[in-house]
Ligand binder design. Structure first.
Ligand code: NDP
Length: 339
C-alpha cells in the first residue's frame, strides 16, 4: 500500500520534501470486530488548499485537526467500497469524503461520507464541481453573496476549482462578471470557456485599484474573495454601497508566517458592506440539494468544468504544491486508480 506521509511540521512555504511517498508491505486491511466501518479503494484525490493549514502545528485546536508527522495525510477523495460493515453502504458503491492519500483506506467514520448516486458524469467531478469546491461556490455565491440580476460581480482566483463555478453561476443569474487570474492562459479560459464578461492577469497590473476602476467604473456589488492581501485592499476601495464580500479563502496568506494587514478595512463602514466568512462544513446537510440542482446543468452543458489531473500517488506532493505556485489550470486532482 503506497501512501504519502507528512515528514515534518511546516512554517513558511510548503515544499515537496515536506512530504514523502512510502510503500508498506501488502497487508490485508482489517476493521475491528463488529465495526461499522468501510474499506475503500481510493480512485481520485483532491489537491485542497485546506491541507496546507493542517501541515503546521497549532497550539489552539482548529476546525480540522493538524496532520500527524509520520502518518498519512488526508483530504477529499472519491473511493470505491471494497468492504462494508455499515448498512448504508454496499460493496461496489462509489463514495466521496475525507480519505487517506494512499491506495486503500480503512474508514472508521462512514457517516461523514456521501454515497455517489449519479454515476453518469465523470466520477472525478466529485472532487471538484460536484464535491467540496463546487458546493463551496454554490453556498458562497447564492447564500453568502445574496446576488441579484444585473449586479457587478468580481471573482479572484477565478479559474480555480471554486472560482470558475462562481463566475458561471453569476452569469446564469444575469450579472456582469469579471475574474482575475495569474496567467494569460487562464484569462483566455475565463472569457472563452466560462463566459466571464472580462478577465485580467493580476500579475501584469501594477496598480490593482486602477485596474478595478477600469473594469468596474460604477463599483463592485459582490466580491467573491479567494485570495486576500493586496487584492482585498484594492477591492475595498471599489465596493458599491450595500455590497457583499464572501470571505471564502485568502490563499495569498496561507504560506506566510505572519498574515499581512488590511489597510482599507474602514471602507466597509461608510459603504455598509457585509463582509461574511463561512466554512462549507456547516452546510453539509444541504449537499444533496446542491447536487440535484447542479447536475442537470452539467448534463446539458450549461455549466462547464476544467480539471487538471496528474496520474499516480508519487506525483501527489508536487501536484499539491502547484496550487500555491498557480501552476494548476482548473481543479487539481490526483488519479490513483480508474473505476
Ligand atoms: P484553486 O483551484 O483556485 O487553486 C489555487 C489558485 O490560487 C492557484 O491556481 C493560483 O491561481 C491562486 N494563487 C496561488 N497563490 C496565490 C497568491 N499568493 N496570491 C493570489 N492567488 C494565488 O483553489 P480553490 O478554487 O480550490 O480554492 C479557492 C479558495 O477557496 C481558497 O482560498 C480556498 O482556501 C477557499 N476554500 C474555502 C472553503 C471554505 O469552506 N470557506 C472551502 C474550499 C475552498 P492564479 O494563477 O490565478 O494566481
Amino acid at each position: 500500500n503506497k501512501k504519502v506521509i507528512l515528514k515534518n511540521y511546516i512554517t513558511g512555504f510548503v515544499k515537496e520534501t515536506d512530504m514523502e511517498l512510502i510503500t508498506s508491505d501488502t497487508i490485508k486491511l482489517k476493521l475491528p470486530e463488529g465495526s461499522q466501518g468501510l474499506i475503500v479503494k481510493n480512485l481520485y484525490l483532491s489537491c485542497g488548499l485546506d491541507m496546507r493549514g493542517r501541515m503546521s502545528k497549532h497550539d489552539e485546536p482548529s476546525y480540522v485537526p493538524d496532520f500527524v508527522v509520520g502518518s498519512v495525510i488526508t483530504g477529499n477523495g472519491v473511493s470505491k467500497v471494497v468492504y462494508s460493515g455499515h448498512p448504508d453502504f454496499s460493496v461496489g458503491d462509489f463514495v466521496c469524503g475525507m480519505t487517506g492519500w494512499e491506495e486503500d483506506s480503512v474508514i472508521t467514520n462512514p457517516e461523514s461520507f456521501f454515497k455517489i448516486k449519479d454515476t453518469d458524469v465523470p466520477l472525478s467531478y466529485y472532487t471538484g464541481i460536484l464535491g467540496m469546491p463546487g458546493f463551496t461556490a454554490y453556498i458562497g455565491f447564492y447564500e453568502i453573496c445574496a446576488p441579484k440580476k444585473g449586479e457587478y460581480v468580481f471573482v479572484s482566483a477565478a479559474s480555480g476549482a471554486v472560482g470558475q463555478l462562481v463566475g458561471q453561476f453569476a452569469k446564469l443569474m444575469g450579472c456582469y462578471v469579471v475574474g482575475s487570474a495569474g496567467s494569460d492562459e487562464k484569462v483566455d479560459l475565463l472569457k472563452s470557456k466560462f463566459d466571464f464578461d472580462e478577465a485580467f492577469n493580476y500579475k501584469k497590473e501594477p496598480d490593482l485599484n486602477a485596474t478595478l476602476k477600469r473594469y468596474f467604473p460604477e463599483g463592485i456589488d459582490i466580491y467573491f474573495e479567494n485570495v486576500g492581501g493586496a487584492m482585498l485592499d484594492a477591492v475595498l476601495l471599489n465596493m458599491r454601497p450595500h455590497g457583499r464580500i464572501s470571505a471564502c479563502g485568502m490563499i495569498s496568506q496561507y504560506n506566510l508566517e505572519k498574515p499581512e494587514g488590511v489597510h482599507n478595512i474602514t471602507h466597509i463602514i461608510a459603504n455598509r458592506i457585509r463582509f461574511k466568512g463561512f466554512l462549507i462544513f456547516d452546510y453539509y446537510h444541504r449537499y444533496y440539494e446542491f447536487v440535484e440542482k447542479i447536475i442537470p446543468d452539467i448534463r446539458q452543458g450549461k455549466i462547464k468544468y476544467v480539471e487538471d489531473k496528474v496520474e499516480g500517488l508519487e506525483n501527489g506532493p508536487a501536484a499539491l504544491i502547484s496550487l500555491f505556485k498557480g501552476l494548476n489550470v482548473g481543479k487539481k486532482l490526483v488519479v490513483i486508480a480508474h473505476e
